[in-house]
Design a protein around this ligand. Structure first.
Ligand SMILES: C[S@@+](CC[C@H](N)C(=O)[O-])C[C@H]1O[C@@H](n2cnc3c(N)ncnc32)[C@H](O)[C@@H]1O
Length: 259
């Protein structure tokens, strides 16, 4: 999905649509900032790294809350951001977190938001987080946010409230859908094949580009990092966040002195 997001950064002008959210979800963005800053315990002296920062709808407002920030993403995404003014204390770096080498100072906080499911497997997601922990200071916090969990979604959709909510959501979303959103969705349909049986998506080369977590994977992830000595917590999302009923967050506090 990394390459597809690079393409979206070039083709889609609206910053929310370019990171695959909907026009309606734009209204949730201020609450996402609030939620992330609380879960990461952001403070003015912090250095923050966002891996997979996309069009910086989160990174820029979060930069105002910290001393220094770093954002990493696809070259085309970083080029797009560099075509507009960038805050002096925000450093933009292009590259693929899984494949490239980055020269970064150790940071107080790391954010991986709406990113961890855009891997080819659970093992690759673990690898992505392992590498992220290597740039975090001892006692620092890492938030793996917005993790889609297919079992959570199934539980929610089976309730009467869930059924009514999904119906209402479809109608309201449709009402707010812009022309650019329709063009984006048509483009995505040509690039991505979704398999609802396995909860994975593939690209036109048949490579897996995203997967949904299950309850089991969420628990496995927590155990994996606890076994390494870190404190790991599963946190719920507020219902007013874009996917508040079906996604959840994990916070990892790196073993060492707590900041
Ligand atoms: C849904 S967007 C989320 C953007 C931003 N975090 C937000 O929530 O607004 C996912 C982003 O993760 C980035 N991404 C996915 N895999 C990546 C990788 N291996 N290295 C760096 N960025 C990656 C994509 O390019 C894309 O911009």
């Amino acid at each position: 999905m990394y390459h597809i997001y690079g393409l979206l950064a070039k083709e889609v002008s609206d910053s929310t649509l370019a990171v695959c959210r909907t026009t309606l979800q734009k209204y949730s963005e201020p609450y996402m900032i609030q939620d992330i800053s609380q879960k990461l315990l952001l403070k003015q002296t912090d250095s923050l790294l966002e891996i997979g920062c996309g069009t910086a709808t989160l990174l820029y407002p979060l930069t105002l809350l910290v001393n220094e920030s770093y954002g990493i993403d696809h070259q085309l995404t970083i080029d797009r951001l560099n075509n507009s003014p960038v805050l002096d204390n925000c450093h933009l770096i292009s590259g693929n977190w899984l494949e490239d080498t980055f020269s970064l100072p150790k940071v107080d906080k790391v954010l991986i938001y709406s990113v961890i499911h855009y891997m080819n497997s659970f093992d690759q997601a673990i690898e992505f987080i392992e590498k992220s922990l290597s740039v975090l200071k001892d006692g620092g916090r890492l938030l793996v946010g917005d993790i889609p969990n297919s079992n959570k979604k199934e539980r929610f959709s089976a309730t009467n409230f869930g059924k009514e909510f999904n119906e209402k959501w479809r109608n309201t979303r449709e009402k707010f859908t812009t022309d650019e959103e329709r063009v984006r969705d048509t483009l995505l349909e040509t690039l991505i094949n979704r398999d609802s049986l396995t909860n994975t998506s593939t690209d036109n080369n048949n490579e897996v580009i995203s997967f949904e977590f299950s309850d089991k994977m969420v628990v496995q992830l927590i155990l994996h990092f606890r076994k390494q000595g870190h404190e790991v917590y599963l946190l719920p999302q507020e219902k007013y966040l874009p996917f508040g009923y079906t996604r959840e967050d994990i916070v990892i506090i790196k073993s060492g002195q707590v900041s």
